[in-house]
Design a protein around this ligand. Structure first.
Ligand SMILES: [Zn+2]
Length: 381
């Protein structure tokens, strides 16, 4: 049994309707390190829901055997609002229908408000500084107004994660190999998580734009460290990553069990759980910058036929796909080639096969920053 299960009621969006979050807590309340994990913030990304179930089995065993050293908070269904977005038999779940905002964008950026609270109050003791900053972040979040159901969902999820030493947000992509996003300020931790999972791409973010969940949790620390360097030591006390558990259809007990086992080993390595994780596997890939991640886009509308498979290394200028125009000429042979502009591993593709001009159809993890991706919002909406 968990140490506690917290039920958080979101505000009722309409008479007769109410949705609830469940947060399961394992280990001694307040013990460190604390890990926070959540699944399916994008509600149409189902692999995380199954991984969370396998994690719960592992945590139940660890709790029964007294192997939880720190504390683990697991939210197995992070977005009950999105899970209800079923339209003509198809689950949507990526955007809030009221605001049209992406459920994984627009989280509160608490760095500025926390900075005002702690400026002039830090000293030479790193642990004291961490405690003060955590208090300031909690207070800053509590002061922010939140009214709508989706806004309250974001506040509640961030509130659950804000005190954690480790935050893992479980997502997936359309058609994809496993990959993850973490902070470029925490390259070593992000790469270690990638090695543990066997991720095909490890993407490092600086300023991705849009305030996604991992950024909302981790970025206040490096911002405050920079701003308050003269006052005393500020460690990066929260490591947060977005784990993309392959593609939307990659849902099986075999994959979920293996992913949960890798996450358990990661928690063991970080001291949250007792036990020997064994040696860290050799990484599958080198980490690459978000600015080097190329989204190859469709130049025209039509039926996409991929010419390269997931996991293949491509070179700049390689043909990765063709777009077939069903009404074009010459009849039966109207095809537009699509080439990538960078070299790297092709690790993601769009799941739909009828594409529109400008639609992102392939993802390539390039090592070199691309000129078009040096600023602005670097993540897909
Ligand atoms: Zn997602």
């Amino acid at each position: 049994m968990p140490t506690a299960t917290t039920r958080i009621d979101l505000p009722s969006p309409a008479p007769g309707t109410r949705r609830t979050l469940l947060a399961h807590r394992y280990g001694q309340p307040g013990a460190r390190p604390r890990a926070y994990l959540q699944a399916a913030l994008h509600a149409d990304e189902i692999p995380g829901l199954l991984v969370a179930q396998h994690l719960l089995l592992a945590l139940e065993r660890a709790q029964a055997e007294g192997r939880i050293r720190g504390e683990v908070v697991l939210v197995p269904v992070a977005n009950p609002i999105g899970l209800n977005q079923n339209l003509n038999g198809r689950l949507l779940g990526r955007y809030d229908w009221e605001s049209t905002v992406n459920f994984n964008r627009g989280f509160p950026d608490l760095a500025g408000a926390a900075l005002e609270r702690v400026r002039g109050r830090l000293g030479g003791d790193e642990a004291v500084n961490v405690a003060r900053i955590r208090t300031a972040l909690r207070e800053a979040l509590a002061e922010l107004p939140a009214a709508g159901e989706a806004e309250c969902l974001k506040h509640e999820l961030l509130g659950l994660a804000l005190d954690a030493d480790l935050v893992l947000d479980l997502h997936c992509a359309g058609e994809s190999l496993q990959h993850l996003y973490g902070s470029r300020w925490q390259t070593q931790e992000t790469s270690a998580l990638g090695a543990e999972l066997g991720a095909a791409a490890v993407v490092l973010e600086g300023e991705p734009g849009g305030v996604c969940f991992d950024y909302a949790c981790a970025s206040p620390w490096w911002k405050l460290r920079q701003e308050l360097a003269a006052e005393g030591p500020v460690p990066l006390a929260c490591f947060a990553a977005t784990v993309e558990l392959r593609g939307q259809a990659d849902v099986s007990d075999e994959l979920a069990c293996a992913d949960a086992a890798a996450l358990v080993r990661f928690l063991q390595r970080r001291g949250v759980l007792a036990g020997d994780p064994g040696p860290l596997p050799a990484p599958v890939c080198e980490a690459t910058p978000l600015e080097g991640l190329e989204w190859v886009t469709a130049p025209v509308a039509g039926v996409v036929v991929y010419r390269r498979q997931l996991g293949e290394r491509v070179e700049a200028g390689d043909l990765v796909a063709e777009i077939v125009d069903p009404l074009g000429e010459p009849l039966g042979a109207a095809r537009t080639p699509v080439r990538c502009a960078t070299s790297g591993v092709l690790f993601g593709r769009a799941i739909g096969r009828l594409v529109r001009p400008g639609q992102r159809i392939c993802k390539v993890a390039g090592a070199e920053p691309l000129p078009a991706r040096t600023r602005g919002r670097l993540l897909a909406d």
